[in-house]
Design a protein around this ligand. Structure first.
Ligand code: FE2
Length: 428
C-alpha cells in the first residue's frame, strides 16, 4: 500500500501512460500500470507530470517592492540600482519577510519549489541578510531557498563592501556572489573575481556571480571567472549569471571563450525576461537582444539554466513567479522553437537548474523526493506555449497547492464550444 499513486502521467522525457507511486515522501516507482493501491490516487489523465520548477537566479530582497519609493523612469539597469539604493535605508526585516513570504506563496502555487536568491550585502546594517535568513527558515519545510551574498554596489566600489560580504557569510549565507562589471575599472572587476573565488576556496563555498551583465563587447569578466574557477579548483561549483556581454562579443573571441567555460564546468544562468528588458538600452536601431548565446553554450555541453531574476521590483515591473513565462521568453529570444529546442528549454527550467543549485534527490527516479507538478498540458512544448494551470503541486508526497483547470465557457449561436480545456492536436 502506497501513500499516493498518480495514474496515467506523461513525463517530460516523452514517456506516457506512467503511474508514479509515492511512499514516505519518496518516489517508490514510476512505471506503466502499477497494480498496487494507495491511500490517495490522482488521475493525471495523460497530462504532463514533472519534477518542480527551479529558479536558480532571483532577488528575493527586492521582490514586490515596485513603486517604492518611486518608479524606474528610464527603465535601465543603472537607474534600477540607483532606485534600490534610495529604497535600501528604509527597509525593515518585517517588511522584507512579509514580501518574501508573499512571493514564496506565489512561487509554490506555480510549482516552483527551489529558488536561489541573491541578497544585497551593500548596506552594513545587513537588514536584507537577516530577513532572508529568517525567510529561508520559515519556508524550509516546503521550499528550498539558497542565499547568495551579493555586493550590489560593488565589492571594492562600495565603502565597506568587503567587510559586509564577509559578515553575511558568517551569518549563514550559502554562496559567494559578485558584480565585477560594476566595479570602477576592468582591473578592479578582475581583482574582485579573483578575491571572491579565493574566499570560496578557503571557505569551501560555491560561487554565483552576476558577470558581464553589460552590452560591452570588450568586457572580459566571464573569461576571468572561468580562469579563476580553474586556478582555485572550483570546477562545477561556480555559476555565471547573465553573461550578456557574450551577445555583443566578436565571434572569434567567443570561439575561445566557450571552451574555457566548458573547461571550468561553469553553470550559466541567463535571465531571458530581464535581459530582453534591460539590455540594448543604449542602442538606437537596430537594438541588440542582449541575451547570452544559449544555443552555442548548450551545444558545448555547458549546463544552462534560466532564472526569473526579478518580479515587480526596481528593475522589472512585470513577472508572476511562473518559470514557464521565463521559458516562453527564452524560446523567442534564443530562437529555439524546434521540438528538441523546447525540450532543452524545459530542462533548463527544471533538471538543469536543479543541477546548478546542487539539489539532492531531484527527479523522477525511484528514491527521489516526491516533489511533482501536474500541468494542464500534455508535454513540455505545450506547457511552454500555454503556461497552463498547475493542477496540483506535490511536495514530499503531499498536495500543497491545487488550481482548477482553465476552461472557458463560450456561448455561441448554433454550435457547442470547442474550448474544452483539453490539448489540441490537428487532424488531417
Ligand atoms: Fe540578478
Amino acid at each position: 500500500m502506497f501513500d499516493l499513486i498518480i495514474r496515467n502521467a506523461n513525463l517530460p522525457d516523452g514517456r506516457s501512460g506512467i503511474d508514479i507511486a509515492v511512499l514516505s515522501g519518496k518516489i517508490a516507482a514510476a512505471e506503466p500500470a502499477i497494480a498496487a493501491t494507495a491511500l490517495e490516487e490522482i488521475d493525471a489523465t495523460g497530462r504532463l507530470v514533472t519534477p518542480p520548477f527551479v529558479d536558480p537566479h532571483f532577488h528575493m530582497d527586492a521582490t514586490l517592492s515596485l513603486g517604492l519609493p518611486r518608479m524606474n523612469r528610464s527603465g535601465t539597469l543603472l537607474e534600477g540600482i540607483a532606485l534600490w539604493g534610495e529604497l535600501r535605508p528604509t527597509l525593515t526585516v518585517d517588511a522584507l519577510v512579509e514580501r518574501g513570504l508573499r512571493y514564496c506563496d506565489l512561487a509554490v502555487s506555480q510549482g516552483l519549489l527551489a529558488i536561489r536568491s541573491h541578497v544585497d550585502t551593500s548596506d552594513p546594517r545587513l537588514v536584507t541578510v537577516e530577513a532572508m535568513i529568517e525567510l529561508r527558515r520559515l519556508v524550509a519545510p516546503y521550499l528550498t531557498l539558497q542565499l547568495v551574498a551579493f555586493p550590489q554596489d560593488g565589492y571594492f566600489r562600495a565603502e565597506g563592501g568587503v567587510k559586509s560580504l564577509d559578515r553575511a557569510l558568517d551569518m549563514g549565507v550559502d554562496i559567494i556572489g559578485g558584480i565585477p562589471h560594476f566595479e570602477r575599472t576592468m582591473e578592479d572587476g578582475r581583482l574582485s573575481v579573483a578575491a571572491l573565488c579565493r574566499i570560496a576556496a578557503d571557505r569551501g563555498l560555491p560561487v554565483d556571480m552576476h558577470c558581464d551583465e553589460t552590452d560591452d563587447p570588450h568586457s572580459r569578466h566571464v573569461e576571468t571567472l572561468a580562469a579563476e574557477t580553474v586556478r582555485f579548483g572550483l570546477q562545477g561549483r561556480v555559476a555565471g549569471s547573465h553573461l550578456t556581454s557574450m551577445h555583443s562579443m566578436d565571434n572569434y573571441y567567443v570561439s575561445k571563450l566557450i571552451p574555457l567555460i566548458a573547461e571550468a564546468q561553469m553553470n550559466v544562468i541567463p535571465n531571458p525576461l530581464i535581459n530582453i528588458m534591460l539590455q540594448g538600452r543604449h542602442d538606437s536601431y537596430p537594438k541588440r537582444r542582449g541575451m547570452t548565446r544559449v544555443r552555442e553554450l548548450m551545444a558545448a555541453g555547458i549546463n544552462v539554466s534560466f532564472g526569473h531574476d526579478c518580479v515587480m521590483d526596481p528593475w522589472y515591473s512585470m513577472g508572476s513567479g511562473d518559470m514557464l513565462e521565463v521559458g516562453h521568453m527564452a524560446v523567442h529570444v534564443a530562437q529555439m522553437a524546434s521540438v528538441e529546442d523546447k525540450v532543452a528549454i524545459f530542462a533548463a527550467l527544471t533538471v538543469n537548474s536543479a543541477r546548478t543549485m546542487g539539489l539532492q534527490g531531484y527527479g523522477l527516479n525511484k528514491g527521489c523526493n516526491a516533489d511533482l507538478v501536474i500541468l494542464q498540458a500534455q508535454n513540455p512544448a505545450e506547457a511552454l506555449r500555454l503556461k497552463p494551470a498547475r493542477l496540483a503541486v506535490i511536495q514530499a508526497g503531499r498536495v500543497i497547492a491545487r488550481t482548477a483547470p482553465q476552461i472557458t465557457e463560450l456561448a455561441l449561436e448554433g454550435r457547442p464550444s470547442l474550448l474544452d480545456g483539453s490539448s489540441y492536436a490537428p487532424r488531417v
